[in-house]
Structure formats: C-alpha cells, structure tokens
Design a protein around this ligand. Structure first.
Ligand code: NI
Length: 177
C-alpha cells in the first residue's frame, strides 16, 4: 500500500474527534489499515491513529516487538483496534515518557492509568477485549487520545518535563508514540 504523511501538531485535523467505523471488512477499511501499518513501520513507531494521517475514523494500530527506539520497552502485541472503548481499572496513575509521530523529536512525561480494560473490534469486525497494564496500557491510552483530538503534550502536568529528545536523553534513540 503506501506510506502516508503524518500530520504534525498544529494541524487542526489532529484536534478533531474521530467518527466510529460503521462497516467492517470493507476494501476501504483494509486499505486504511494497510497504509497505517506501512506508515508506522516506516517510521519505526509504536502506534498510529487514523487521524494522524488525516482520516477522522476511530481506527488505531499499535505494537512493539524489539523496537530499536524502545530498547527497554515491554513488548506489546501488534493490534488493530477499531471503535475502541477504554475502562479504567483502579485509579493508580503512573508517569512515563512518551513521544508521538505527530510531535517529532520531542518527549514529555505523561500521567496514565496503570491498568485499563479495552474493547473494540479488528478490521474484520472480530471483537477484542483485553485487560492490560504498564506500557501496553500507556500505548493504548495514547492512541485512543488521538481519537478524541488529544495530543500527549496536553496531558503533561509540569511542562518542565517536556523537551527535545536529544537534549533530555543524549545518545538515545528517539522514542515515538
Ligand atoms: Ni501519538
């Protein structure tokens, strides 16, 4: 398929809520997911939401398997998640560093729920329901935020913990999504 241009922070399309997908298993939905996967892999990202390529639909993909940009990260299974819903489990919140393909070259310290349940569908309409914690929970919260028009810098509690990756973490690979 195709590697698409990722919109960057400042583009109003990143701030708009996404619409639910109404029909599963269509050529259009498969093409969208294929483009998102090509784009995420080309940029070595851990996740991507459809609004980041200018498509205002509730589709996210994510997954981390031995990503050189995340040398210490837990692995997260590759997942296509359509029309997701998140349910908090408990109220424990953890701060962790995040990056985003729409905010290239930067990282911020973002509070996220430590444990969540998520549900939704894959692109074929098969139901997905998982209870996750830690990094997996962080990634899915970051991606679902994109569907509500929220970018991670909007979640940073103390903007002193927001800066350029190469300054904050000299010598480390850039972390995104
Ligand atoms: Ni992002």
């Amino acid at each position: 398929m195709a590697v698409r241009t990722v919109l960057r922070m400042g583009d109003a399309r990143l701030l708009q809520p996404a619409r639910p997908v109404e029909r599963f298993g269509t050529p259009e939905l498969h093409a969208l997911v294929a483009d998102m996967e090509d784009t995420m892999r080309a940029l070595d990202g851990a996740g991507l939401a459809a609004p980041q390529i200018g498509v205002a639909l509730q589709v996210v993909i994510f997954g981390v398997e031995h990503n050189p940009r995340y040398p210490d990260a837990e692995t997260v299974p590759y997942t296509v998640l359509v029309n997701p819903a998140l349910t908090p489990l408990g109220n424990e919140v953890e701060e962790g560093w995040e990056g985003c393909l729409s905010v290239p070259g930067m990282r911020g310290l973002v509070p996220r729920l430590q444990r969540v349940q998520y549900e939704g569908y894959d692109q074929h309409g098969r139901r997905i329901e998982r209870t996750v914690s830690g990094f997996h929970a962080r990634v899915v919260q970051h991606e679902c935020d994109h569907l509500a028009g929220i970018l991670y810098p909007m979640r940073i509690r103390d903007l002193r913990n927001f800066g350029y990756t190469e300054v904050l973490f000299p010598g480390q690979e850039e972390l995104q999504e």
